[in-house]
Design a protein around this ligand. Structure first.
Ligand code: ADP
Ligand code: MG
Length: 220
């Protein structure tokens, strides 16, 4: 589904990614692990086209994404990719339901349909009682589940998650973990996650270890 080849990325004189190649198959959960500063977030952002590599190719179902025009790329990303960040990045002035509906509205869905879809997803994630809450009125776990619902609203082909349990306590970590496992088992959802959380990495079909801008287990 997603193939990145020979990715290089530097920030100034700092070489952050050094010839990274990997392929993500449909329905896989792939975990990227490794020490802080290894380049995991940079790689995830490049795979999700939020950041451009200096060199290399990012190919999604046969379509080369590097070099695609901004507007076309944003539309492509909105339709095909979902993102979950360590810090939820929900919009504070909007309710949970509105936050989840937003990417669907951007994709051109009517407000009533988008709000209905958001309600359904939040219900599936155990947040039926939190539709009208703003992020500040929700717990960390609830905010992160809302962010997962937002990532799912356009039925993305792939979800990218950067340390999705990084700011949660252990009960909430387990909950997020079971949500990702369930998404794979029930929907065949493809997920690429960066994590320090060994038990979250434990649900992955494949673990990619990075250090110093390279993939260590290159058979992956
Ligand atoms: P990880 O997620 O594995 O901790 P990152 O991909 O966030 O690693 O960062 C890898 C290295 O690149 C770090 O040394 C970080 O400081 C540096 N870096 C990341 N983003 C930028 C940026 N926008 N500008 C300059 N340096 C950056
Ligand atoms: Mg990181």
């Amino acid at each position: 589904m997603l193939e990145v080849r020979n990715i290089y990325k530097s920030f100034g004189s700092l070489d952050v990614l050094k010839d990274i190649s990997l392929t993500i198959g449909k329905g896989e959960i792939v975990a990227i692990v490794g020490p802080s500063g290894a380049g995991k977030t940079t790689l995830l952002q490049i795979m999700g086209t939020l950041e451009l590599p200096d060199r290399g190719s990012v190919c999604f179902n046969g379509t080369e994404l590097i070099g695609m025009k901004d507007k076309k790329l944003s539309a492509f990303r909105n339709r095909n990719m979902g993102f979950v960040f360590q810090f939820h990045q929900l919009l504070p002035e909007f309710t949970a339901q509105e936050n989840v509906a937003l990417p669907a509205l951007i994709a051109g869905m009517s407000r009533s349909k988008a709000m209905a879809k958001a309600k359904e997803l939040l219900g599936q994630l155990g947040l039926a009682e939190r539709l009208h809450h703003k992020p500040a009125a929700m717990s960390g776990g609830e905010r992160q589940r809302t962010a997962i619902a937002r990532a799912l609203v356009n039925d993305p082909e792939i979800i990218f998650a950067d340390e999705p349990t990084g700011s949660l306590d252990s009960a909430n970590r387990e909950e997020i973990q079971s949500i990702f496992a369930d998404l794979r088992d029930r929907l065949g959802q493809t997920v690429v996650m960066v994590t320090h959380d060994a038990s979250l990495a434990g649900i992955a079909d494949r673990v990619i270890e990075m250090a110093d801008g390279r993939i260590l287990n290159t058979e992956n």
